[in-house]
Design a binder for this molecule. Structure first.
Ligand SMILES: [Zn+2]
Length: 147
């Protein structure tokens, strides 16, 4: 790494202001190290990000439930971030990725244990698991690790 992050901290980004209106279940799950995903009770498909209507074409049901996800997925694609602003400045370089979860949901996140100095070591399709880190009393941030 180009600079030492002499701490055990994983998450270096800004602390978010959680959407407790549409995503309370997500943040409550994170506090217990569980990935909770919204699922349409009409078409039976999971989706992300959380919202009050199903985003699937031809559905748009408002009958949304929450289910515990496996917390497992694969890397769809990734990028090395060398320039960042605001709260992310401290984190560069870091690896962001689109993760395809076992529930067929694509999430944008950070891969904490990937080496941004060696992109060839990061493989499309690699298996990843979600983890959470406490950043404030009520806020646990999700991130992924290659397994
Ligand atoms: Zn639906």
């Amino acid at each position: 790494m180009s600079k030492e992050k002499n701490t055990d901290k994983v998450y270096f980004g800004p602390t978010p202001d959680p959407d407790l209106l549409n995503a309370k279940e997500f943040w409550d799950g994170a506090k217990n190290n569980i990935l909770m995903l919204p699922k349409c009770n009409s078409c039976k498909k999971f989706f992300f990000y959380p919202r009050i209507i199903c985003p699937k074409k031809g559905c748009h049901s408002r009958d949304i439930i929450w289910k515990q996800a496996s917390g497992k997925g694969t890397i769809y694609t990734f990028a090395i971030q060398h320039i960042a602003t605001d709260g992310w400045k401290e984190a560069v370089p870091f690896v962001t990725a689109f993760i395809d979860t076992e529930e067929d949901v694509r999430m944008l996140s950070v891969i904490a244990n990937a080496n941004p100095e060696d992109p060839t070591s990061i493989k499309i399709g690699a298996n990843v698991v979600i983890k959470f880190e406490k950043v404030e009393d009520e806020i646990f941030m999700p991130y992924w690790e290659i397994v």
